[in-house]
Design a protein around this ligand. Structure first.
Ligand code: SF4
Ligand code: SF4
Length: 95
């Protein structure tokens, strides 16, 4: 049996993580509504369309509900979890 992947603080790291494609996001907010942890939000970029982004990468549990909710495929679940975490920690907005 494989060991749980854990971060330094002992928190379990999800096996999969949402990867948002801002170009495809239409700002409908469906992903935000279904997220049980409030980890994904719509960011106002001062443009016509707000864009979804993971502003709480450390609270995301990788449940995939955001990806299921997105009808345009702007959220895909990736197994490159560390890469995704790094992306959201470094970039706090979609732009
Ligand atoms: S994977 Fe789950 S917890 Fe993480 S942002 Fe999506 S809906 Fe929220
Ligand atoms: S469900 Fe998809 S299109 Fe709608 S806000 Fe979320 S990522 Fe954007």
């Amino acid at each position: 049996m494989s060991e749980d992947r854990r971060e330094a603080g002992g928190k379990k790291t999800p096996d999969r993580f949402p990867w948002i494609i801002p170009f495809s996001c239409e700002g409908c907010g469906d992903c935000i509504e279904v997220c049980p942890t409030g980890s994904i939000v719509l960011v106002d970029l001062g443009k016509k369309i707000d864009k979804a982004w993971i502003t709480g990468p450390d609270t995301c549990i990788g449940c995939g509900k955001c990806a299921q909710a997105c009808v345009v495929g702007a959220v895909q679940m990736t197994s490159y979890v560390e890469k995704a975490l790094q992306r959201y920690r470094e970039k706090t907005t979609p732009e």
